[in-house]
Write a protein that binds this ligand. Structure first.
Ligand SMILES: CC(C)(COP(=O)(O)OP(=O)(O)OC[C@H]1O[C@@H](n2cnc3c(N)ncnc32)[C@H](O[C@H]2O[C@H](COP(=O)(O)OP(=O)(O)OP(=O)(O)O)[C@@H](O)[C@H]2O)[C@@H]1O)[C@@H](O)C(=O)NCCC(=O)NCCS
Ligand SMILES: Nc1ncnc2[nH]cnc12
Length: 319
């Protein structure tokens, strides 16, 4: 499926996500939270449809997964899209509070969204990290809006960093005596890797300092969307300590992926004429090793979403 056809097909959004704007302005049903949730949905659809994607579910194969397909991700995204509007609303509702109070407001929504995901996928973890990473971005947008602050990557990064600054200590460092309840906690106890929590506590550094600049360079160079997303995914895979990779293949598995992504970037990344066939070979190798950079896939969607949100707020004022 070409990216253009794929992008066009993305606009037949789930009914509840579409905003019908009647003719008379007085009854307009425009909603910023709903608009942001539609962008989050679009980010998830762009990510999962990007093909090929090494080790990950895409339109060609299920990567290193025997429990989920492209359809699983679409069903999952449809189930969780309403919660992204709630993240924005909750951010705005917490605008009068210090930013350090934001995460505790967002958490219950994230748990509900996870439950909706597991219900839609019959127990398969498709978007747990996506809910966390995109949920923080949506919550930050709501909080910034509520405080009439500029919605740009620096402000989004700082809101996330301040609201998650104690996450690693509170949930990982302080809990090493308890048995790990999740893969992420296990990876911390075994290897000291902080996973999604560490990424959030840094203010999504991999997204803001690596992925976003790389994606924007591609856009400035006039690179096709598919190539830009491939290049950005490689930048993330080369720089992100993805707990999924370590959970499946140990530190060796993580280093294998980081080194191969770095190698493809050294070949030129989006400038390299045979990038697609190299990505197909990379995909075959990760499937053979049962490795899947799920966290990196989430951060690709996050980078695209941040870029689109910043553009949206640059061009529009929403009161
Ligand atoms: C805060 C939590 C979300 C942390 O959860 P956990 O303790 O599990 O910690 P992590 O493993 O660190 O992260 C969970 C998911 O986050 C993605 N991820 C991994 N590394 C990173 C990273 N460095 N930066 C950002 N994100 C990262 C990853 O999610 C994706 O992969 C999953 C699919 O891959 P798969 O291999 O299939 O995963 P499994 O099924 O688990 O393994 P197999 O059995 O198949 O081998 C999928 O989730 C993708 O999204 C990590 O999996 C959590 O504790 C929490 O608080 N949740 C409550 C909800 C909440 O608070 N929401 C916040 C609202 S703002
Ligand atoms: N396309 C994908 N395949 C596997 N895990 C993922 N997590 C997020 N996106 C994913």
């Amino acid at each position: 499926m070409t990216m253009n056809v794929m992008i066009d097909s993305l606009f037949d959004l789930p009914q509840e996500a579409t905003v019908v704007v009647p003719s008379s302005p007085s009854t307009q049903t425009f909603s910023l939270p709903k608009l942001v949730s539609r962008l989050a949905y679009h980010a998830m659809m762009l990510e999962v449809h990007l093909t090929p994607k090494p080790g990950l579910v895409d339109a060609l194969n299920n990567g290193s997964h025997d429990d989920m397909t492209l359809a699983t991700f679409v069903v999952s995204a449809n189930a969780i899209v309403p919660y992204f509007a709630q993240f924005v609303d909750t951010g705005t509702a917490h605008a009068h509070l210090p930013v350090t109070a934001l995460l505790s407001g967002l958490r219950p929504i994230g748990v509900e969204a996870e439950q909706a995901m597991f219900s839609a996928t019959h127990g398969v973890n498709t978007h747990k990290g996506m809910i966390f990473n995109l949920g923080l971005i949506c919550g930050a947008v709501g909080w910034l809006q509520g405080n009439h602050l500029q919605v740009d990557e620096l402000h989004i990064k700082e809101v996330i960093r301040q609201s998650c600054q104690f996450l690693v200590y509170d949930e990982l460092k302080r809990c090493t005596q308890h048995a790990a309840a999740t893969a992420g906690e296990q990876m911390y106890q075994q290897y000291g890797l902080t996973g999604a929590r560490g990424e959030a506590a840094s203010g999504l550094t991999t997204v803001m300092n690596y992925a976003l600049p790389a994606y924007r360079e591609c856009l400035i160079e006039g690179v096709a969307t598919e190539q830009a997303l491939w290049h950005t995914l490689l930048v993330i895979m080369a720089n992100n300590d993805d707990s999924n990779l370590v959970h499946r293949g140990g530190i060796e598995g993580l280093r294998f992926v980081q080194d191969r992504a770095s190698y493809l970037l050294k070949l030129g990344g989006y400038r390299y004429p045979n990038l697609e066939s190299e990505l197909m070979a990379f995909d075959r190798d990760l499937i053979a090793k049962h490795l899947s950079p799920g966290g990196s896939a989430d951060l690709l969607a996050a980078a695209w979403l941040v870029h689109e949100l910043v553009q949206l707020f640059e061009n529009e004022s929403f009161g």
